[in-house]
Ligand binder design. Structure first.
Ligand SMILES: [Fe+2]
Ligand SMILES: [Fe+2]
Length: 261
């Protein structure tokens, strides 16, 4: 087991009791999972008991039934609700092209029905913005792509939840690249950020690049927090396996720490 290391992105410790504790994980990649990292994360959940876990996609490597079953078993073993987003690895792989094109999310949705819980916290809302499509007009189909339909659904969700004090968006690809080793190169990402900020989003949670980040940009004239989680798989880039801890208090705001195994 690796020793604990904590990298705090920001500290505003004026109020001792956060109103919500969320753990943000991503890129479990069952099929290339890191079993030590998964066991460590599960122990972290059992110790700290977050209100919920948000997982921003890539639960599997090749989108196979067996990998989804392994992911579902592990998710079911966690003692708190988990919210799930699809990643680009969560569709049938390229050698299953007909299944990929005809029913790209059938296996993911089957797993999600068993393992997903909607976020149910006073004052906190989460909307989904899918950034994965089965095919694109460019060579690299692993990159992000936002459809008009996906964006308008997320914007409508944010407007419906305008009364919430913390409004989060969950997606797989970073909507703009954040200086990490990997990139999302998300088509439509910058325009989406403006639309999401205009609709009242406070933060966008993502995965895909396997390294954590936390930055604030200006979009539609408002500050918007972009938060990326690392990975709990063997597919490491620049950082050890880890997760993000989000402590939210309506007065003190959102505190984010990347925690590594
Ligand atoms: Fe990934
Ligand atoms: Fe990905």
């Amino acid at each position: 087991m690796r020793g604990p290391k904590v990298l705090a992105f920001s500290c505003q410790r004026y109020y001792p009791r956060p109103m919500a504790i969320l753990f943000h994980i991503s890129d479990l990649h069952f099929g290339a999972e890191d079993r030590d990292a998964l066991a460590w994360f599960k122990a972290e959940v059992e110790i700290h008991r977050p209100d919920a876990i948000i997982c921003t996609g890539d639960l599997t490597m090749r989108g196979t039934t067996r990998e989804f079953a392994a992911a579902a078993d592990w998710l079911a073993s966690l003692p708190v609700p988990v919210s799930l987003e699809p990643g680009n690895h969560d569709m049938p792989y390229y050698w299953e092209m007909m299944a990929r094109l005809r029913r790209p999310f059938a296996r993911f949705q089957e797993m999600r029905r068993a393992a997903h819980s909607d976020l149910a916290l006073d004052g906190v809302m989460l909307v989904s913005l899918p950034t994965v499509v089965p095919a694109q007009w460019r060579l690299n189909w692993s990159k992000g792509h936002i459809t008009a339909r996906a964006l308008s659904s997320a914007v409508a969700g944010l407007r419906e939840g305008a009364a919430a004090s913390l409004r989060l968006v969950a997606c797989h690809h970073p909507l703009v690249d954040a200086g990490t080793h990997g990139t999302g190169s998300t088509l439509g990402g910058r325009a989406a950020l403006a639309a999401l900020a205009g609709a009242g989003a406070h933060a966008v949670l993502s995965g895909h690049v396997h390294d954590p980040f936390d930055l604030t940009i200006e979009a539609a004239g408002k500050p918007l927090r972009l938060i990326g989680a690392g990975t709990l798989s063997q597919r490491l880039r620049s950082s050890a396996p880890g997760y993000n801890r989000l402590d939210w208090n309506a007065i003190a705001g959102l505190e984010v720490a990347a925690i590594f195994s």
